[in-house]
Write a protein that binds this ligand. Structure first.
Ligand code: SIN
Ligand code: FE2
Length: 217
């Protein structure tokens, strides 16, 4: 299948913008599935309620997190890592719902990653004021797989830079249903989220939910 064919398969309401070599923004890619995705996320967070993790430096994160999939991302005083078990309960993470996994696999294709197999999905919840400072996703074993990031609920300003911390990031407004995929030369790009503005979203209320799919091992 050529790139043109894949592009033709995008729903008509989806546009593809290049943020940087290796990074694309698929506006509206997940919009039509929003309610079904919300159901799947609720199933996950019923099993593993959102919690505010502590950074290795001792700060409590303003973003609340949950996980699903074989591996979960964890932060505590000893560092950042992926673990097959929740260190708090000693139990495996909730399974990754098929609707979530399929969305990530499908979104990776028009970004140029035809065989993405995520084994970790971090669920981030932003309430008004919550932010995520600039960072690289580098706790994964192999950087050949992309990051697939799905935005639901309130709009946010996504900061997206380069693999060098010195470069000032660009600001992109992400709305409900937008998906960003970055990999290849952009895989280690610095990124973050500006403090969430208050608001009320028709489906999700006063919050933004972000799903970050990764191949951790
Ligand atoms: C992340 O970098 O883990 C989350 C990014 C986002 O919330 O858009
Ligand atoms: Fe990240």
């Amino acid at each position: 299948m050529s790139t043109a064919d894949l592009f033709d398969e995008l729903p008509v309401t989806v546009s593809r913008e290049t943020l940087a070599p290796g990074a694309v923004l698929l506006r509206g890619f997940a919009r039509e599935e929003g309610a079904a995705l919300q159901q799947a996320i609720a199933d996950v967070t019923r099993q593993l309620p959102f919690r505010h993790l502590v950074t290795p430096g001792g700060y409590t994160m303003s973003v609340a997190m949950s996980n699903c999939g074989a591996l979960g991302w964890v932060s505590d005083r000893s560092g950042y890592r992926y673990d097959a078990l929740d260190p708090l309960s000693g139990r495996p993470w909730p399974a990754m719902p098929a609707i979530l996994r399929k969305l990530a696999v499908r979104a990776a294709v028009p970004a140029g990653f035809a065989h993405f197999e995520p084994d970790a999905c971090l669920v981030n919840r932003y309430e008004p004021g919550a932010r995520l400072s600039l960072h690289q996703d580098r706790d994964e074993q192999d950087f050949s797989a992309p990051i697939v990031s799905v935005s639901l609920g309130l709009p946010a300003v996504f900061l997206f830079g380069t693999p060098s911390r010195k470069d000032r990031p660009q600001r992109h407004r992400l709305q409900h249903g937008d998906v960003v995929v970055w990999g290849g030369p952009a895989r280690l790009a610095f990124h973050g989220v500006a403090p969430l503005a208050d608001g009320e979203h028709a489906l999700l209320g006063r919050q933004r939910i972000n799903l970050t799919f990764r191949r951790a091992r």
